[in-house]
Write a protein that binds this ligand. Structure first.
Ligand code: NDP
Ligand code: 2IT
Length: 448
């Protein structure tokens, strides 16, 4: 879809002002493509540079992170926090540790987070952070020292009413624990609501670990239900084998799906008997191993394909849950030829624009990440609620809230797409529904 001519100059300005930040350009272009229909219907949304303001982060922090490795050598990484938009609440979004991290990637993630968080209906703004630190192969001690140094700088920018980070690629419960410990020490405050994804004994929420994957599957279930279909007996492929992938697989299995493949950045495993989730959790969460280790331990039903592409495995349900742009136009054509019925993005922007077009024109149900993976941040907001009230809820109660929130997001996206003349277009529905909520709040505040 081309960008509406009224919005062309806004896109041109974003591209030139943020030169070289390809992922950020991609994310902004996709949202602006959807907003043409909004400004056609409600021209006042183009007033007072509202859209231009949404594309410009409120604040961007870049800092040095020095730390000492196990050999006593001083290492230097770069830390980022982009505080993108606080119209709906404190900045909220994860922290990513991966060698590919740069400002453009953090900005794309922060930008997506604004609309995602708005879609949840919870009082949270949008932000994202991270570092080009590579945790692979690092000892516990090195991870701890890195997290402490990272937080030593970042803590002055955070607060339960200001900015509330959580995990993302390379940042899970262990890293959140080290960062929370350092924040508490530096501030001399037990401010539980300053980070989410915490351990259950120190203010974490039940079901936060499971939330992103579970939520993505609930979203897919809702899309299928609208067509009178379900997940029972359907072959599924999930990319990645981290937090989102594991709990996507778990919920797919609970709902009767048969997950036959998953991956990491080195290759993929096909397990015709269905992925053995207990083994996968042991390999990934306990041993911090590779998907090749899973294949080696699993025996005859599993095959490991080094360097292969997981999207070559035929399936009806595809859930990309690794990283941005991992599913290309070529992969989408293969999936369509192999009979894919539904694609639900657990990761952020995993499908390239080409891939999205191919799915949509083949009438494949397509759920964009900013809607489908919103269960993680929504449950983070439930964690903040529990922290604020010094309460903790049961797993069942929390999961029920998550399921209701995901159904709500699904329905809001579907209804918005219909209202704007594009029934079934969840990309358009998510972008418009998220935008309108943020824009209304920003308008109420005047020019700030
Ligand atoms: P994890 O670090 O737990 O797992 C990441 C997985 O993706 C690993 O299997 C990793 O393989 C693979 N991966 C990462 N980078 C690449 C790459 N460049 N190429 C190929 N594979 C890669 O992260 P999460 O599961 O938390 O995050 C996965 C995705 O979900 C991300 O897009 C994240 O932004 C998104 N997300 C996460 C949420 C959360 O609550 N955690 C919430 C919403 C979205 P390897 O080990 O080989 O690197
Ligand atoms: O991309 C995401 O939504 C996340 N990494 C989770 C953010 C959060 O604050 O829970």
């Amino acid at each position: 879809m081309p960008v509406d001519e009224k919005l062309e100059p806004i896109l041109a300005e974003v591209l030139s002002r943020n030169a070289g930040e390809e992922e950020f350009h991609q994310a902004v272009r996709e949202v602006l493509e959807s907003l043409g229909r909004v400004v056609a219907k409600h021209p006042d949304y183009a007033d007072d540079a509202l859209i231009e303001r949404i594309c410009e982060p409120e604040r961007q922090i870049i800092f040095r992170v020095p730390w000492v490795d196990d050999q006593g050598r001083v290492q230097i990484n770069r830390g980022f926090r982009v505080q993108f938009n606080s119209a709906l609440g404190p900045y909220k979004g994860g922290i990513r540790f991966h060698p590919s991290v740069n400002l453009g990637i953090i900005k794309f993630l922060g930008f997506e987070q604004i609309f995602k968080n708005a879609l949840t209906g919870m009082p949270i703004g949008g932000g994202k952070g991270g570092s080009d630190f590579n945790p692979r192969g690092r000892s516990d001690g090195e991870i701890m020292r890195f997290c402490q140094s990272f937080m030593t700088e970042l803590h002055r920018h955070l607060g339960e009413y200001t900015d509330v980070p959580a995990g993302d690629i390379g940042v899970g419960g262990r890293e959140i624990g080290y960062m929370f410990g350092q924040y508490k020490r530096l501030t001399n405050r037990y401010e539980a609501g300053v980070l989410t994804g915490k351990g259950l004994v120190y203010g974490g929420s039940q079901a936060r670990r499971e939330a992103t994957g579970y939520g993505a599957v609930y979203f897919v279930e809702s899309m299928l239900a609208r067509r009178g279909e379900g997940l029972e007996g359907r072959k599924a492929v999930v990319s990645g084998s981290g937090n989102v992938a594991i709990y996507t697989i778990e919920k797919l299995q609970q709902l009767g799906g048969v997950v036959i493949a998953c991956s990491d950045s080195n290759g993929y495993v096909v397990d015709e008997a269905g992925i053995d989730l207990e083994l996968l959790k042991d390999v990934k969460e306990v041993r911090r191993g590779r998907i090749a280790d899973y294949a080696a331990l699993r025996g005859a039903s599993a095959r490991y394909i080094e360097g292969g592409c997981v999207w070559d495995v035929p399936c009806e349900v595809a859930m990309p849950s690794a990283t941005q742009n991992e599913l290309t136009g070529k992969n989408a054509r293969t999936l369509v030829a192999n009979g894919v019925v539904v694609v639900g993005e657990g990761a952020n922007m995993p499908s390239t624009p080409d891939a999205v077009r191919i799915f949509q024109s083949a009438n494949v149900l397509f759920a964009p990440g900013k809607a489908a993976n919103a269960g993680g941040v929504a449950t983070s907001a439930l964690e903040m609620q529990q922290n604020a009230s010094r309460d903790s809820w049961s797993f069942e109660q929390t999961e029920a809230r998550l399921a209701a929130i995901m159904r709500g997001i699904h329905d809001r996206c579907a209804e918005t797409a219909e209202e704007y003349g594009a029934p079934g277009d969840y990309v358009l529905g998510a972008n418009i529904a998220g935008f309108v909520r943020v824009a209304e709040a920003m308008r109420a505040f005047g020019v700030v």
